[in-house]
Write a protein that binds this ligand. Structure first.
Ligand code: HEC
Length: 91
């Protein structure tokens, strides 16, 4: 009983912490300074009409900039950009 109560409080504290409020993809995206170029060159569904193309585009800029993201991090950033800008249905 005591143990499960402790677990409950730890879990509540973790979920309420500010770090959890932001998507992991947003943190990666902000850290990599992507907006240095994409403020003048805004993300657009015209250039990136589907979710798989969005993942490819994120991978492309990741490679070019040597951001060094792993595949799952590229996915997280694509997810964040999709929810914020593109709103593509995910396959
Ligand atoms: C040095 C400038 C520069 C930086 C920094 C940069 N990009 Fe790009 N990005 C480009 C260019 C150039 C293109 C392709 C040309 C175009 O817009 O058609 C592009 C295209 C894209 C696209 C697809 C285009 C669209 O409008 O949908 C995405 C998504 C993208 N970048 C994500 C990122 C992410 C994520 C980062 C941070 C890791 C990043 N970019 C950093 C220059 C940059």
């Amino acid at each position: 009983m005591k143990k499960s109560l402790t677990a409950f409080f730890v879990l509540t504290a973790v979920m309420a912490s500010p770090a959890m409020a932001e998507m992991p993809g947003k943190v990666l995206h902000d850290d990599a300074n992507c907006m240095k170029c994409h403020t003048d060159n805004p993300y657009s569904t015209k250039k990136t009409p589907t979710y798989p193309k969005l993942v490819k585009a994120v991978q492309f800029c990741n490679d070019n900039l040597n951001a060094g993201w792993f595949e799952d991090e590229v996915e997280q950033v694509a997810d964040y950009l999709n929810q914020t800008y593109y709103k593509h249905p995910k396959p």
